[in-house]
Design a protein around this ligand. Structure first.
Ligand code: SF4
Ligand code: SF4
Length: 149
């Protein structure tokens, strides 16, 4: 499972860090291919198994855009997949209907996944980018009691 969370094809370069052809310098009619070679069966492969072209955003990281990050608490998660459905950047990694982690190379820290997580306490919480995940897990809130009627 570790290769899923840290594929060497993912986030290989910082977006914009290299000199690329600007949008106004691209030749009319040019085709930017997402995958290397024949991509006929690519849809049947898992993301970390695909041969991405350098132009594919999968190979670029936007991690430096983030000031806060979601931290995931496996002990509370019920694998409802809400975070996976709602993440606008496809940065929740799920396998066989099990949430397994966050793609920190592409997560922009919007917090949507935290908002839609239904557990009590939430299984995803936002922390400052510099907070280590172990430290975040150590300060996880307790379950909130229902208000007395
Ligand atoms: S913070 Fe936003 S981009 Fe990051 S995993 Fe959650 S929903 Fe996706
Ligand atoms: S929304 Fe929360 S409980 Fe549901 S899969 Fe994501 S982290 Fe787990």
């Amino acid at each position: 499972m570790s290769n899923v969370l840290s594929s060497d094809k993912r986030g290989a370069r910082e977006l914009g860090a290299e000199k690329k052809v600007g949008w106004d310098e691209v030749t009319h009619g040019v085709a930017l291919f997402s995958f290397e070679n024949d991509a006929t069966d690519t849809a049947s492969l898992r993301p970390e198994e695909r041969s991405y072209a350098d132009f594919n955003s999968y190979t670029a990281t936007v991690a430096s855009w983030r000031v806060a990050k979601p931290v995931y608490n496996r002990d509370i998660c019920i694998d409802c997949q809400n975070c996976w459905v709602w993440c606008p950047d496809t940065s929740i990694i799920s396998r066989d209907k099990q949430m397994i982690g966050i793609d920190y190379d592409h997560c922009k820290g919007c917090g949507v996944c935290v908002e839609v997580c239904p557990t009590n306490p939430k299984s995803l919480l936002m922390f400052g980018e510099a907070v280590a995940s172990d430290d975040a897990l150590a300060q996880w809130p307790e379950k909130k009691k229902k208000d007395a009627k």
